[in-house]
Design a protein around this ligand. Structure first.
Ligand SMILES: [Zn+2]
Ligand SMILES: [Zn+2]
Length: 264
């Protein structure tokens, strides 16, 4: 979940209250640690720790960080979990984003990849393949967010092997290290895509690679805390998965619990 301390709409406390009233037992804050999204990190950590204590009898609150691959991960070293996300490329000392606006994606592609989106997406997945060694995250965020503006294959064909092969290669490499992947429902419930991250093709491949999944709403306001979770459960089962993971507090830290999808 994101809050108004970075690019979300609601205060952390309003997010907590909404989660309690909708019956959630565990929630995770994942403020952006990102060169392109400003956040007062000290204030963020203080506020989530304050809420964690205040509401400890009502809900399990985890202090997490969604760390961009190009950010200094040491800033998040005292957070309870890290989502490893790739939002940008690293080019000529700059960090141009691939998920900000379609215009920015177009100029990035035209200026640095001669208008070839297969080259751009290959560069994206090559960078993403370094996420474990760089960040040591607890799970991978929105694996294929580079497709955010590619609805209807507007810029490239997502079934073309020039796109799929680099994506699959990185996915296999990361999955075989054992790190879970998030099924991120945000673009789906915002009506931007009719797919989750990762898309159906990649989710099926992930199952084949022995990958594990976490279901996440990436909520930026309190009305979508569990946005499209029912559809994500259905989709995961269609792709072969029988379980998903849940991150919870345990004495002195955090641990993964495994939940059967059937019946969620
Ligand atoms: Zn955000
Ligand atoms: Zn993100």
């Amino acid at each position: 979940m994101h809050t108004n301390l970075c690019d979300g709409a609601d205060s952390p406390e309003d997010m907590v209250k909404a989660a309690i009233s909708s019956g959630l037992k565990h929630i995770g804050f994942s403020g952006h640690f990102d060169p392109n999204v400003p956040m007062d990190i000290t204030k963020y950590k203080q506020e989530i720790r304050r809420l964690k204590k205040k509401y400890k009898d009502e809900i399990d609150i985890l202090l997490g960080a969604e760390v961009d691959l190009l950010y200094d991960v040491n800033e998040a070293s005292d957070c309870e979990y890290i989502i490893g996300s790739t939002h940008s490329l690293s080019i000529d000392g700059g960090t141009p984003s691939v998920d900000d606006t379609s215009e920015k994606l177009e100029s990035l592609c035209n200026e640095h990849f001669g208008g070839d989106y297969y080259k751009l997406t290959k560069a994206y997945y090559e960078l993403e393949s370094t996420v474990i060694e760089t960040l040591h995250p607890d799970f991978i965020g929105h694996f294929d967010i580079v497709t955010k503006f590619n609805g209807g294959n507007r810029y490239w064909d997502e079934d073309d092997c020039r796109y799929l092969n680099p994506a699959l290669e990185t996915m296999e490499y990361l999955a075989k290290s054992g790190i879970p992947f998030e099924i991120n429902t945000a673009a789906y419930y915002r009506g931007m895509r009719d797919e989750f991250y990762p898309c159906t093709t990649l989710l099926k491949a992930l199952f084949g690679f022995g990958g594990r999944i976490v279901i996440s709403s990436d909520a930026h306001n309190r009305s979508v805390l569990t946005g499209a979770f029912d559809k994500a459960v259905q989709k995961a089962m269609e792709c072969g998965f029988t379980h998903c993971l849940l991150l919870v507090s345990s004495s002195g830290g955090i641990k993964w619990e495994e939940l059967p999808l059937d019946g969620l």
